[in-house]
Design a protein around this ligand. Structure first.
Ligand SMILES: NC(=O)c1ccc[n+]([C@@H]2O[C@H](COP(=O)([O-])OP(=O)(O)OC[C@H]3O[C@@H](n4cnc5c(N)ncnc54)[C@H](OP(=O)(O)O)[C@@H]3O)[C@@H](O)[C@H]2O)c1
Length: 315
């Protein structure tokens, strides 16, 4: 799979309205630029993101494209809802939406922490593989502690986690543990919801239907999912400093993605894109040269000075 993939939360909801043709244009632009890995979830737009990807897959058969979806958020977030019967029902729906017999990868969608310690849940996931509903399963986590618990499970193929220049904690233990166990790392929210593009100012406003307005304080879902949990003003100031590290010919967003793909243990990074131009620019990152040791040091320094105190102990 490509080291730069595409996140498709934007094609469902929570980021304002996206028209169907525009969504398909983003998917096509990514694939044309070499992206072969697409991340979605059964709840993005209540299945709309999966259905759009299904249409897209139909038009690009034989290209070896891989789609990861997620399950677990169609019912209240209670451990007792993570049953084999529900998993079967949800994966059947995702298979229909995507138009495939077998899913490539299905991920638990940031379940309650207790779910990671449940043998029954992981037995049920093994059963989905045995039944041919999915080729493999993984987890999407909120915290490093959850990631480490999941990596210790033998059947877990991948861990999706927030990792970007404003979220360095996974470097401490999660990436080394994943590499040792042969577990794939899918780096999500790689641009800190767009902050790392360096294009926002303290005055920037987002739409009322955009999670960057309504989830800043974590009232809709985990606070860490919006701007990586960094307070917006702090993030804009840190992003201004980060943008100055971009090497000639690379944008700030590309520098952030390049930083992620060169961390040992990262399998792929899944930036969300709202236009074909963004999708193409992000895919181009795969061909950029590695960042210098001085730049890596400067990224660490920005994090330590401006962000560590806000986020490091939380996720
Ligand atoms: N719980 C979970 O499992 C979970 C949670 C969150 C995300 N995810 C996955 O991770 C994916 C990525 O995370 P994300 O979409 O939340 O955040 P992200 O990738 O950090 O940020 C996406 C935003 O960055 C901006 N952007 C993207 N490419 C750009 C470019 N080349 N130049 C300038 N700006 C650019 C756009 O902002 P503008 O809209 O302002 O242009 C875009 O909406 C999601 O799509 C989803 O697949 C999973």
């Amino acid at each position: 799979m490509s080291v730069v993939g595409l996140g498709t939360w934007q094609l469902g909801a929570d980021w304002g309205v996206v028209l169907e043709d525009d969504a398909l244009a983003v998917l096509d632009a990514a694939a044309d630029a070499g992206v072969t890995f697409f991340d979605t979830a059964d709840v993005y737009g209540d299945g709309r993101s999966e259905q759009l990807i299904g249409r897209f897959l139909k038009s690009r058969q034989g290209e070896g494209l891989m789609v990861a979806t997620k399950l677990g958020r169609r019912l209240p977030q209670l451990p007792e809802n993570y049953t084999l019967a529900n998993f079967r029902e949800w994966t059947d729906r995702s298979r229909r939406n995507l138009g495939v017999d077998r899913l490539d990868l299905v991920q638990l969608h940031c379940p309650p922490t207790a779910v990671y310690s449940s043998d029954e849940v992981f037995d049920a996931l093994d059963t989905l593989v045995e039944e041919g509903r999915t080729a493999a399963y993984g987890v999407s986590v909120e915290t490093c502690a959850e990631a480490l618990t999941a990596i210790a499970r033998p059947g877990v193929a991948s861990v999706q986690i927030i990792l970007n220049p404003f979220r360095l904690k996974p470097l401490d233990e999660v990436l080394p543990a994943a590499e040792k166990a042969g577990v794939g790392i899918i780096a999500r929210v790689p641009l800190a919801s767009g902050l790392l593009s360096g294009k926002y100012t303290k005055e920037t406003l987002f739409g009322a239907d955009d999670h960057r307005t309504y989830n800043r304080d974590g009232s809709a879902f985990d606070q860490g999912e919006t701007f990586s949990g960094v307070d917006f003003v702090t993030g804009v100031e840190a992003a201004d400093e980060f943008a100055r590290l971009a090497p000639p010919g690379a944008t700030s967003a590309q520098t952030a993605l390049r930083w992620i793909v060169q961390q040992p243990g990262v399998t792929t990074v899944i930036p969300g894109a709202r236009s074909p131009e963004q999708a193409r620019a992000n895919a181009e990152t795969a061909a950029l040269p590695p960042l210098s040791p001085q730049t890596l040091h400067a990224v660490q320094d920005i994090y330590d000075r401006r962000l560590r105190a806000q986020v490091h102990s939380r996720w």
